[in-house]
Design a protein around this ligand. Structure first.
Ligand SMILES: Cc1cc2nc3c(=O)[nH]c(=O)nc-3n(C[C@H](O)[C@H](O)[C@H](O)COP(=O)(O)OP(=O)(O)OC[C@H]3O[C@@H](n4cnc5c(N)ncnc54)[C@H](O)[C@@H]3O)c2cc1C
Length: 817
């Protein structure tokens, strides 16, 4: 029973009593939080949770999401014994079906990866699918994939069991109590205002499901999500249908099926979805349903029923439509809210909230308790979000596409088709005219590759070499042999200014930023555990002014990280100047000659060293030229006032022909940097991998006054003996295959890790990848060099070279020449 006396004080207040809020409350209590209050505007489970289908399938796209699902599966099977409240858990297993060779390939890749995380699975024939689910039509299948440990639950019971478990550990739950505001002192959350009174608290956790955007707006946090119609139907009873039948997942038809009390439940992930509640979720929503749109859904119903033809003869007892929330990239929104202290968010579960809920609550509770995330969950971290993604029209339009995405092909480099052209650089039309095929990152349209004359700048997806492979090869080699220009205006640019700017940055950055004006510093930000939170460059523009440059997708995180680490007594101002500068990155051995042809500045090696910046003139325009490289070649990043970018670009292009200049896209930046083993944050290292494990210890200034965040943890790790995990570069011996990522790495036949970034190393002549090699007794250079390596991809095994040093230009002569 819910309690009535709302306290005016608690240690933690959780907003929302769906599966996520209840799980967070349960896990906080389990970690010893003895004064937790959960407030729910209506009743426990009355939002989206109560009507979910309850599939707990553990094959997910990333390690983090797989681990959350595995944890939930175990928790839900144990919860009844602990709380006395059943969760309806049935270990019926699941089967995913592939109707095409491409889907089978995707599944084989995913299954190999999942086995690395302990998700048992096996490929089965269509006939074996039929044995497991005799009513299934299997003649159109290429293969099936069986996950014996998967299961299903009754979601309403899961929420109740978690709530009961939480209450048993002292959590107070208040139903019919709506939070109207988050209370702040400066930017520190100090409690909530509800329609029944205020509660002060040390920590506020927002778990409001599809109300997330709305609640976020009142709390001053971008929580971009949108509800959409989400359907399943339940048939009349069917003979032979029992609860041990596995869940069938049928991506080719955008459906899933499972038993439901002797009937079939058939659920839908239609490719074009219908956003719902665009003008706001009805105020009194409580265990409500949405009126189904039969006409829209009819073709999907028919297609889905063909998998279980008996459904075409059996009546439909119920056609159910409930709302579920979807996010701009189909990943959850979890973690500590940026720019706020003591405020956490967990919502936007994209129809995966039940299977992720147990794990998500556990992660949230550990994060809140320790102040650091217990695993790398960057793909679902709310700090990846940018304000433009919270634009109403954007999120509504994107939701049309995002519901169905889970059941579609997960092609490498797949691009979103909806809600495009949010941000364009001023050079956009010029780049389009040059043949750019644009991809999207954080709203920016960015050239990924350039089509040749007569070729359409459009992706043809494939698991092997895609249609831009040759374009990429040409672009890659032009940077190695002549000069290429990359348009990188999307990079985030932050000015850190004031008398205390140096002190602030020295504390957050591993490197020493007490450098002469004009020096560029490559550095990382670390968390207190020594894990890498950011990878960026800092250029000293003046005694009291620095320019921080970081990748577009880290803009919010890096901005928040710096701003949260400016002490209250510091005179230091942080300003985002991303839109003020376009950026053209001119890279390759001819870059010096090309820039010398259009600028009077002295680009000679002795006067303009690697790792320095000069203010230069190009025609009537000004630019900052920063000599650094993410390609492994001599090169210069030009930061140009936006209003001057077009004329600079035009001068560069017209002078470029003589030097062999070509436009190059982000795919080429990627293949070049992977060939040179340059790391990319979030791909090759993240909050969990330490600076040392990532092989970036050289950036640390160990003895600078005041140290840096994470230093002590790194020193401890250094003292503890050889690292147990180290980032290694791999190069396949076979020139043909293309790796993507998440492929298991084998050393002497044993799995020791999996690949992260990968790209075709056109100079080295094969696909290169990076990944951590793990070994409890230590990963020394001797250990790396004495092993035989293989990379596994969809049941195929490729031999590979492994190296701790970059396989391309290991001494970086080319960048410094
Ligand atoms: C048809 C359908 C089938 C699904 N099938 C599956 C499945 O098989 N497997 C799976 O994993 N997932 C499935 N899902 C998705 C899953 O149901 C959701 O992801 C999950 O329930 C989300 O949980 P939540 O706690 O975030 O949201 P909710 O359950 O909506 O909980 C949020 C709660 O916050 C409360 N709240 C909001 N604002 C306030 C406020 N201001 N003050 C106080 N309280 C507030 C709401 O009343 C609500 O109870 C399905 C969803 C649908 C619609």
């Amino acid at each position: 029973m819910a309690t009535n006396d709302l306290p005016n004080q608690a240690r933690a207040v959780i907003v929302g009593g769906g599966v996520i809020g209840c799980s967070t409350a349960y896990h906080l209590a389990k970690l010893g939080w003895d004064d937790v209050v959960l407030v729910e505007r209506k009743q426990i489970g009355s939002g989206t949770t109560w009507h979910a289908a309850g599939l707990i399938t553990t094959l997910r796209d990333t390690e983090a999401q797989t681990r959350l699902a595995q944890y939930s599966l175990k928790l839900y099977s144990d919860l009844e014994a602990e709380t006395g409240q059943a969760t309806g858990f049935i270990n019926c297993g699941s089967v995913q079906m592939a109707m095409s060779d491409d889907k089978a390939e995707e599944m084989r890749r995913g299954c190999a990866m999942a086995r690395t995380f302990g998700v048992e699975n096996q490929e089965i024939s269509p006939a074996e699918v039929k044995e497991l689910f005799p009513l299934a039509y299997v003649d159109d299948l290429v293969a099936g994939f069986y996950f014996p440990d998967d299961g299903r639950v009754n979601p309403a019971d899961v929420a109740q069991a978690l709530a009961k478990g939480a209450r048993q550990r002292g959590v107070k739950i208040f139903e019919d109590t709506a939070v109207t505001d988050v209370l702040y002192e400066n930017n520190r959350a100090v409690g909530v205002r509800t329609d029944k009174g205020e509660i002060t608290a040390e920590v506020v956790v927002l778990c409001p499901g599809m109300w997330g955007r709305e609640v976020g707006l009142t709390a001053g946090v971008d929580v971009p999500l949108q509800a959409a119609e989400h359907y399943y139907l339940i048939s009349e009873p069917i003979e032979g249908v029992h609860n041990q039948l596995p869940i069938l997942r049928d991506p080719g038809r955008g459906t899933y099926a499972r038993e439901e009390a002797g009937k079939i439940m058939l659920g839908f992930f239609e490719p074009v979805a219908a956003p719902w509640g665009v003008d706001g979720i009805p105020k009194n929503f409580c265990f409500d349903e949405i009126q189904p749109d039969w006409e829209r859904m009819e073709p999907h119903i028919e297609l889905g029923m063909q998998r279980l033809p008996i459904l075409l003869e059996t009546g439909i007892r119920q056609f159910f439509c409930g709302p579920e929330s979807f996010t701009p990239d189909h990943n959850y929104l979890m973690g500590r809210a940026p720019f706020k202290e003591n405020l956490f968010v967990a919502c936007g579960f994209n129809s995966l909230g039940i299977l992720s809920g147990g794990g998500a609550g556990s992660i949230m509770a550990q994060w809140i308790t320790d102040g650091v995330q217990p695993m790398d969950i960057w793909d679902v971290d709310i700090r990846r979000i940018q304000p433009c993604q919270n634009n109403k029209s954007f999120i509504v339009d994107r939701t049309v596409e995002s519901l169905g995405i889970a059941y579609q092909m997960h092609w490498p480099n797949r691009q979103w088709e909806t809600a495009r052209n949010v941000k364009q650089s001023v050079l956009h039309d010029r780049l389009a005219a040059a043949g750019a095929c644009f991809g999207e990152s954080m709203g920016w349209e960015r050239p990924n590759w350039y089509a040749t004359p007569g070729q359409k700048p459009e992706y043809e997806y494939d698991f092997g070499r895609q249609n831009w492979f040759e374009n990429n090869r040409e672009e890659h080699l032009v940077v190695r042999n002549a000069v290429g220009v990359f348009e990188q205006s999307s990079f985030a640019k932050l000015l850190v200014q004031g008398p205390d700017a140096e002190r602030v940055l020295n504390r957050v950055a591993t490197a020493d930023v007490s450098v002469p004006v004009g020096k560029v510093v490559y550095t990382q930000f670390l968390n207190v555990r020594g894990g890498v939170e950011a990878d960026l460059t800092i250029t000293r523009l003046a005694d009291d002014r620095y320019l921080v440059v970081t990748a577009a997708f880290t803009q919010t995180h890096v901005t928040a990280w710096i701003s949260e680490n400016i002490p209250t007594d510091a005179f230091c101002i942080l300003t985002d100047v991303t839109g003020a500068y376009a950026m053209l990155n001119v890279q390759g051995p001819n870059s010096r000659a090309l820039l010398s042809a259009i600028s009077s500045a002295d680009f000679a090696n002795e006067s303009f060293r690697f790792g320095t910046m000069r203010n230069i003139e190009i025609g009537y325009q000004n630019a900052m030229a920063v000599r650094i490289s993410y390609t492994g070649e001599l090169g210069y990043e030009l930061y140009i006032p936006t209003e001057m970018a077009l004329p600079v670009y035009d001068q560069l292009i017209s002078a470029g022909e003589e030097f062999g200049l070509k436009h190059c896209g982000y795919h080429t930046l990627n293949t070049l940097r992977i060939e040179k083993a340059y790391r990319e944050w979030a791909h090759d290292m993240g909050p969990l991998e330490t600076l040392l494990e990532a092989g970036l210890g050289f950036t640390a200034s160990w003895d600078k006054p005041g140290g840096f965040i994470g230093r002590e943890a790194l020193l401890e790790q250094k003292d503890a003996g050889p690292l147990k995990s180290r980032l290694v570069q791999f190069l396949l011996d076979d020139a043909e295959p293309v790796l993507t990522h998440n492929e298991p790495i084998l050393r002497d036949g044993q799995r020791v890790g999996y690949t992260l970034s990968s790209g075709y190393a056109h100079t080295l002549g094969g696909c290169a990848a990076m990944g951590y090699v793990n070994c409890d007794s230590g990963v020394t250079a001797e250990f790396i060099n004495s092993g035989q390596y293989e990379i596994e991809q969809a049941n195929r095994i490729y031999s590979a070279k492994a190296s701790l040093k970059p396989l391309y230009d290991p001494t970086s002569e080319r960048t410094r020449s």
